[in-house]
Design a protein around this ligand. Structure first.
Ligand code: HEM
Length: 406
């Protein structure tokens, strides 16, 4: 799901791409008779190795760690709809036109979305049926996914949770700001990882990790190892999902990395869940975890899976998005100034607490966050497999194909 990306092209590049995409789109949309799927342009797939040769270091033009560049190159070379067989016989369609993406979402309306990702994670969890019931939310599909998702989102989407944790999260952010002014780091990324791990654990488990403390900065501390485990897992997921998937038959070095990282994450998740279960009566306040433990539709194995999902999904996403936001503010001083003015007006005393009222009125902050997501989305895109045929950019695409909507 999540990709680790480096800073990519700025506004100019994006505008230029939009313009190119519109002119290419028009010719596809005008055609009335859908063209065959095989005619969708894309990189040449060779027998046995598919397009994997294009991802090889030094000789290949694509790179599994630079997904935004892969997308950019494919769009430039082949247009807004690109067909690729990374592995022979398994078609992936890269979708760049918003209208085509809308068609994909319309075609799955009323159905459970079907996705193909985190396959090695699925194997890891299925092999450990003493700990997990399912592969977790990320790789699971169909009614099993909905059983988990329905229960988890009941709590996750409650605005009350934001309000309940405002004071605690504000205190963590204050500590972070003070740390930054003391240390004046050249690189904010490691500190952001600590900040977001702290916030995730606070809201999800009502646990204070003290990730920003001196002791926790030690590479063998719990927070350092958790950050490393999430980073390692996110770094190998795509490589394990694509290619010949030999890890299905024996433990490859990449799968071993994932297993070790997941072992640690699981150890911490188990500690937190069992501890909270024991302390249920003396908990300070509600946490997502406490609500899940009360829910009779979920058992402890579902909850451990969800705790691991949150540890895996909660840190790198927010860390990289915030880093991109700071980068854009740094290169756009006028925007930075406007943001500073809004913050100063809403919070004349920087040490006073953040309230729901302040959050509601921080409209420019919200706009800046949304613009960061638009400029540098940290996910490879939304992946889907449709259960019906659709027509995209004038081509008929059969059901069962993997889509990557960018
Ligand atoms: C900048 C922040 C984030 C971004 C951009 C982001 C993006 C995404 C995307 C694109 C998906 C796939 C959605 C789909 O397939 O339709 C996803 C799924 C998910 N994310 Fe995030 N995410 C972020 C933060 C978080 C955080 C903080 C957590 C938890 C603490 C989290 C937990 C999850 C989970 C559990 C799923 C699987 C949901 C499901 O399959 O039902 N994410 N996220």
């Amino acid at each position: 799901m999540y990709a680790r990306v480096k800073l990519c092209g700025g506004r100019g590049t994006i505008k230029k791409l939009r313009a190119q995409s519109c002119s290419i789109n028009q010719c596809h949309v005008d055609s009335t008779e859908p063209k065959p799927f095989e005619n969708i342009p894309g990189p040449r797939s060779l027998p046995v190795i598919g397009t994997l040769y294009k991802y090889l270091p030094f000789i290949g033009e694509y790179n599994f760690t630079k997904l935004h560049i892969n997308g950019l190159l494919k769009k430039k070379q082949y247009g807004p709809l690109v067909r690729e067989e990374i592995v022979p016989g398994q078609s992936v369609v890269w979708v760049f036109r918003p209208e085509d993406i809308a068609e994909i979402f319309k075609a799955e309306a009323g159905l459970h979305p079907k996705r193909r990702s985190h396959l090695a994670l699925l194997k890891y969890r299925k092999d450990r049926s003493n700990v997990y019931n399912t592969g977790g939310l990320l790789p699971t599909n169909g009614t099993e996914w909905w059983r988990l998702r329905r229960e988890f989102q009941k709590v996750l989407s409650k605005p009350r949770n934001v309000v309940d944790y405002l004071e605690d999260t504000d205190a963590v952010v204050q500590e972070f700001v003070q740390l930054c002014s003391r240390e004046k780091p050249d690189d904010f990324l490691p500190l952001f990882s600590r900040l977001f791990l702290e916030l995730t654990c606070l809201v999800a488990f009502d646990v204070k990790m003290r990730s920003l403390s001196e002791e926790e900065k030690h590479p063998h501390s719990r927070s350092s190892r958790l950050i490393e485990a999430a980073f390692t897992t996110n770094s190998v997921i795509l490589k394990l999902d694509n290619g010949p998937m030999l890890w299905r038959f024996f433990e490859t070095p990449l799968y071993q990395k994932l297993r070790k990282a997941q072992n640690y994450m699981e150890e911490v998740a188990l500690q937190m869940v069992t501890q909270k279960n024991r302390d249920a009566l003396i908990c300070r306040k509600q946490s997502l975890l406490k609500e899940y433990l009360k829910n009779e539709a979920l058992d402890i194995k579902d909850i451990v899976g969800m705790a691991c999902d949150m540890l895996l999904a909660g840190v790198d996403t927010t860390t990289y998005s915030t880093s991109f936001a700071l980068y854009h503010l740094a290169i756009n001083p006028a925007v930075q100034e406007k943001l500073r003015s809004e913050a100063a007006a809403l919070l004349p005393d920087p040490m006073s607490p953040i309230t729901t009222e302040i959050l509601r009125n921080a409209t420019y902050v919200k706009a800046a966050i949304k613009e960061t997501f638009r400029l540098n989305p940290i996910s490879v895109g939304i992946g889907r497999i449709l259960q019906t045929d659709v027509v995209l950019s004038g081509y008929r695409v059969p059901k069962g194909v993997v889509y990557l909507c960018l």
